[in-house]
Design a protein around this ligand. Structure first.
Ligand code: ZN
Length: 151
């Protein structure tokens, strides 16, 4: 009896922990995806006709190899190791129009941060340009005689 109660208490704690872990996992799902270290290497075929033109000085390895391979890289922002998946490479070079000599440099988390930073900068510069015309007229500011008098 006693043991059963203790065990169910333990189970509940474990469930709470598991739920908390699930929440955390969801938040960093992207980062986790990028870090499936134990996943076997995957590959994707190269469709060279979709690539941007390459300078004569050396085509990247995947072109002569004929397929993309998962690539381990180190994030230039946080130095975390990440995997650039073959499928993502295919998308980057053949769909998004990434230069064939460009490679992954940021992990998913830092990429998201960078995207946010850029979007914010864009929005702010847009706001600054727009608000010049619609700024509220002369705000009443500073000196309030009722307060600063006092003797
Ligand atoms: Zn990073």
């Amino acid at each position: 009896m006693d043991a059963a109660i203790r065990r169910s208490g333990k189970q509940r704690r474990a469930e709470i922990l598991a739920a908390r872990r699930r929440r955390q996992n969801r938040q960093s799902a992207l980062a986790a995806q990028e870090n499936r270290r134990l996943a076997p290497l995957s590959s994707a075929p190269v469709d060279a006709s979709l690539l941007l033109p390459i300078n004569s000085d050396g085509a990247p390895e995947f072109v002569s190899r004929g397929y993309y391979l998962d690539q381990v890289f180190r994030c230039i922002d946080c130095a975390a190791e990440g995997i650039w998946y073959a499928e993502r490479q295919k998308w980057w070079y053949e769909v998004a129009g990434g230069h064939p000599c460009s490679i992954a440099r940021r992990c998913a988390a830092c990429r998201a941060k960078e995207r946010q930073r850029k979007a914010l900068a864009r929005r702010q510069s847009g706001v600054a340009a727009n608000s010049a015309s619609s700024a509220p007229a002369a705000r009443q500011h500073g000196h309030d005689p009722a307060i600063s008098g006092g003797d």
